[in-house]
Structure formats: structure tokens, C-alpha cells
Design a protein around this ligand. Structure first.
Ligand code: FO1
Length: 321
């Protein structure tokens, strides 16, 4: 496939794994070539503040503000506000640093002034110096709910408060049926030269994006090649509960299990060398496998994975620097 000189690339992204992958993607593309469509199913309100953890993780990572060790929150942030709240007896279970709280105050104020989440996100991204487009999948309220033996849990109660230890019996996306894609999302997918699904949990990070009415259909009608990167390597998730969750919901915790979930939506799946034996099973889902080293441990490995993905999508060639 001929190289497109300034390709338009859309990446569907969850949180930490996606953000690290996106660092490699950004380094392989010209500035402003990228539109990142982010998950908002994890959003929550804390003390009246609107928090969008996945959007913030991508934003902080790509603007070099991220706490690299945790993968979320602001580097070298202090915790005075939450420590004081906890010492006064408040139930401070969702840990927000002081600088992070500043961003949530701005976001919440602008939302209360009547601006949509996509406008607010663009304003925050510009303020922090992000050159690429970061767009929430929807401006409407969308919340991931996990059904467990202990009842229905909102996402952050399941993930942070209870340490994602509850077997998940069912996943629901409250609001999805009425949620409309945020401005620019469908247009970006339709105009893309390549679409990439980041190595994020297919059920709770990519699932909410695909649940927004119109986005799955737009992907099915895509003109561009769509490449997914498997978040499962050797039967385990590189981070988070994806493998356990896939199993408890009756899916295979394997790249081919992920390919089955993306059947009809993706043309290519990038899988790790240790999963090369999965190649035929992936082809069985109508998806072409690309086998490479997918472990991201430093800048070079992030760039290598991003380039392999963008090569598979036909928007960079092996000869480009
Ligand atoms: N993860 C935790 O494990 N504990 C926390 O207290 C926590 C706070 C937090 C605050 C802001 C933010 O942007 C992310 C935060 N995360 C925390 C991470 C977050 O729960 C997850 O990364 C995503 O929601 C899953 O993609």
C-alpha cells in the first residue's frame, strides 16, 4: 500500500496501556495527524468534581505530566487536600493529587457553565500543550456498571475501591443507548487513513466507546484499514483485570478471544511473539495477525510497537524514519 504523506489516524483508547502506546504513535506521526477517541465510562464525580480518568491519563502522558510509576495522576504531585480530608474523617478512597484536583476544578467549572465535555477537553488539552486531538467518545453521560455477586458496582468502586477482585458476571453501559458520538468522532473515523484500537481492555475500555450509538456502525463501514493491538499476552493482561474478566464472561483470555470480540471491526491484529500459535485462530475470525514484540518497557519499545501497528495499517512504511 502506498504511503500517505500526512495520514489521518484515529486511535480508540482506554487508560494507561493506551496512553503508553500513544506515546509511540505520536513519535511516529507528523504533529496533528492523530485523533484520539477516549473512554468516558470510567468517569466519576468526587466531592462535586467531574473526573475523567482515561482522558486525563492520555492527556498527562502525552504532555509529559504523568506519574510514570503509577501510570495515572500528575508526576511529583502532592496530596495535601486529600490527606486533610482523610484526617478529618472524610471517606477519601479515590486518590486525587493537588495539581490533579486543580484540573478537575477547571473542568467542572466549565461544564457547569454549559460547555460540553469535548469542548472542555479540547481547552484542557490546548492549555497543557497537546498538539493532537483528544475527544471523548461522547459528551453525554455514559457509565460502565459491573454486575457482581455483591450487586452492581460503578466502575471506580469495582476497580479502585474493591481492587477489581470481584468476578464480573455482566457489564452494562448506562446511558449508551441515548449517548451520541461527540462532535468530530464519526467524521474522524470516516476521514481516517487508518484506525487503531489501542492495547486496552476490550470489554471495559473499548467496549464503552463501541457502545455509543453510531460508533460501531461507523467502524463497520470504515474505508480505512483498522488494526487492533492485543492487550492480552500469553494468556494474561499486561495490566488490570482484562484476562479474569474475559474468562468470567465466557470469552477466551487470548488474542483470538479479543479478535472474536472485534470481528467485523478490525482487519489486522498485532499480537505478541509468545502468542504466534494463535495466528490461525485469529485468521478464523477474518482478522490478519501480525506477530511481533508487543511489550512496552521503554521509549524504544513503544515506538517499535507503534511503527509495527502503523505499518500494518499502511500509513508508515518500514523505510520511514
Ligand atoms: N487508580 C487507583 O488504583 N487508585 C486511585 O486512587 C486512583 C485515583 C485516580 C485519580 C485520577 C485519575 O485520573 C486516575 C486515578 N486512578 C486511580 C486510575 C484509574 O482508576 C484507572 O486508571 C482507570 O480508570 C482505568 O483505566
Amino acid at each position: 500500500m502506498p504511503r500517505v504523506s500526512v495520514p489521518a489516524v484515529v486511535v480508540l483508547a482506554g487508560g494507561v496501556g493506551a496512553a503508553r502506546f500513544l506515546q509511540g504513535v505520536v513519535s511516529a506521526l507528523p504533529a496533528r495527524a492523530l485523533t484520539i477517541v477516549g473512554n468516558v465510562g470510567d468517569d466519576l464525580e468526587v466531592a462535586g468534581l467531574h473526573i475523567s480518568p482515561d482522558l486525563d491519563t492520555v492527556l498527562y502522558t502525552l504532555t509529559n505530566n504523568i506519574d510514570e510509576g503509577r501510570g495515572w495522576g500528575v508526576r511529583d504531585d502532592t496530596n495535601h487536600a486529600l490527606e486533610r480530608a482523610a484526617s478529618l474523617g472524610a471517606d477519601a478512597w479515590f486518590w486525587l493529587g493537588d495539581l490533579d484536583i486543580g484540573l478537575h476544578i477547571a473542568r467542572t467549572e466549565w461544564l457547569r457553565d454549559g460547555h460540553d465535555l469535548s469542548e472542555v477537553t479540547a481547552r484542557l488539552a490546548a492549555a497543557l500543550g497537546l498538539e493532537d486531538h483528544l475527544v471523548p467518545c461522547t459528551d453525554d453521560r455514559l457509565r460502565t456498571i459491573l454486575v457482581t455477586a455483591d450487586g452492581e458496582l460503578d466502575f471506580q468502586t469495582y476497580y479502585v475501591r474493591r481492587g477489581h477482585r470481584d468476578p464480573v458476571l455482566e457489564i452494562r453501559f448506562d446511558g449508551a443507548a441515548d449517548a451520541r458520538p461527540a462532535p468530530g468522532v464519526l467524521e474522524a473515523i470516516a476521514a481516517a487513513d487508518a484506525i487503531v484500537i489501542a492495547p486496552s481492555n476490550p470489554l471495559i475500555s473499548i467496549g464503552p466507546i463501541l457502545a455509543v450509538s453510531g460508533i460501531r456502525e461507523a467502524l463497520r463501514e470504515r474505508g480505512a484499514r483498522c488494526v487492533a493491538v492485543s492487550p492480552i499476552v500469553g494468556g494474561e493482561a499486561l495490566r488490570g483485570p482484562a484476562a479474569d474478566m474475559l474468562r468470567s464472561l465466557g470469552h477466551d483470555a487470548s488474542p483470538s478471544g479479543v479478535a472474536a470480540l472485534y470481528e467485523g471491526l478490525v482487519d489486522v491484529m498485532v499480537i505478541d511473539d509468545v502468542d504466534s500459535a494463535q495466528a490461525d485462530a485469529i485468521r478464523g475470525h477474518g482478522v490478519q495477525p501480525v506477530v511481533t514484540d508487543t511489550i512496552m518497557c521503554d521509549a524504544a519499545s513503544k515506538q517499535r510497537l507503534a511503527r509495527a501497528t502503523l505499518e500494518a495499517a499502511g500509513v508508515v512504511s518500514a523505510h520511514d524514519d
